[in-house]
Design a protein around this ligand. Structure first.
Ligand SMILES: [Zn+2]
Ligand SMILES: [Zn+2]
Length: 137
């Protein structure tokens, strides 16, 4: 959380307890959490936190590269922590919105190869597979 305090300092923002609590709650999640879910979570302890504060805090974290924003096609914006063990991709159930993560070195290499053939140097990519999970199939 030091990193968050430094960020607020740099931005000339006061480290309000609410912002701190929201960021702390987010950093402790291990899922792809939507704003509504995060709001629900923080309100359990601090009922007076508003949607706008959660939104602005997450926007700040995303802009600074401390959170990753994801859209999986259901109209919800979700956030996840920057993975410590590197990049991963997602597979999403279009019925129950279950999200699983995967990393496949073969796929990564194929993407690199494909880009190279097309004369591109890839800086980042986002691979999302959509379908039904085993519970919904
Ligand atoms: Zn499902
Ligand atoms: Zn993920």
């Amino acid at each position: 959380m030091d990193i968050f305090n430094k960020l607020l300092e740099r931005k000339g923002l006061k480290s309000t307890q609410q912002r701190y609590f929201i960021a702390d709650t987010f950093f402790k999640t291990s899922t792809h959490i939507s704003l509504e879910e995060l709001l629900k979570k923080v309100r359990r302890k601090t009922p007076r936190i508003g949607y706008a504060t959660v939104y602005r805090t997450m926007k700040l974290l995303t802009d600074e590269g401390l959170a990753i924003e994801r859209q999986f096609g259901d109209g919800q914006t979700r956030f996840e922590n920057v993975p410590e063990d590197g990049h991963h991709d997602h597979i999403i159930c279009i019925k129950c919105s279950k999200i699983a993560e995967f990393h496949n070195e073969k796929i990564e290499e194929l993407q690199e190869e494909t880009a190279k053939k097309l004369g591109f140097k890839v800086l980042r990519h986002k691979l999302e597979l959509y379908g039904y999970c085993s519970d919904c199939a």
